[in-house]
Write a protein that binds this ligand. Structure first.
Ligand code: ZN
Length: 221
């Protein structure tokens, strides 16, 4: 069977490198990367009825409901640039949304190719994120292991001492990882039961993970 479409979902904990890998896949396959955040922002900026609804919900500080997300995702996946496929990132987040997505794809006559699950341990995620440092002046991001500043702990651009964000502290990272695991485990199970999940060992470097993902996608053809 030769697939000419890649309708993909990317799953993975914060720090798995999901965004970076998705970007590289987008470049190679020429399919859009659809993250929930971008989708919401785009909808708001278009000023359509749907976009205005999202805007008022976001401005009131409430969470965007599953119903609204349903309409948004359906609208987004029916756009022309999704003809060759897409990468969904950040949606679905739970089993209810996965079921909603099934319905959307049914209605649009689309078929899910695979769910790419970037699997990485809590220890590895803590190691990666807790080594992040940020310049408080220009917001440039460093990593003490993989993306070191030239001068010890000073920003290359403006010599400002780098700081560690609250979000990047080990305790916070562990908490986020646990919340993520609890929410995502049933989702992984849902797709595993349908033989749609492909687990990728994401503990290596970005290049290594890219290579595994590309080889996997190649095999799907
Ligand atoms: Zn700086």
């Amino acid at each position: 069977m030769r697939m000419n479409k890649y309708n993909l979902i990317f799953l993975g904990p914060p720090g798995a490198g999901k965004g970076t890998v998705a970007k590289d896949v987008v470049e190679r396959l020429g399919v859009p990367h659809i993250s929930t955040g971008d989708m919401l922002r785009d909808a708001v900026s278009t000023g359509t009825d749907l976009g205005n609804k999202v805007k008022s919900v976001m401005e009131s500080g409430q969470l965007v409901s599953d119903e609204l997300l349903f309409d948004l995702v359906k609208d987004r996946l029916s756009k022309r640039d999704c003809e060759k496929g897409f990468i969904l990132d950040g949606y679905p987040r739970n089993v209810n949304q996965a079921k909603a997505l099934d319905q959307i794809m049914d209605e649009l006559n689309l078929e899910l190719t695979s769910v790419i699950f970037l699997d990485v341990s809590e220890e590895e995620v803590v190691k990666r994120i807790s080594n992040r440092r940020v310049c408080p002046k220009c917001s440039r991001v460093y990593n003490l292991i993989s993306l070191q500043p030239k001068k010890d702990t000073l920003c290359d651009d403006d010599d400002t001492p780098l700081i560690q964000r609250e979000d990047d502290k080990p305790e916070t990272v562990r908490k986020r990882y646990q919340i993520y695991s609890e929410k995502t485990a049933p989702l992984v199970e849902y797709y595993r039961n349908r033989n749609q999940i492909i687990t990728i060992d994401a503990s290596g470097t970005v290049d290594k993970v890219d290579e595994i993902v590309f080889n996997t996608l190649e095999e799907l053809r």
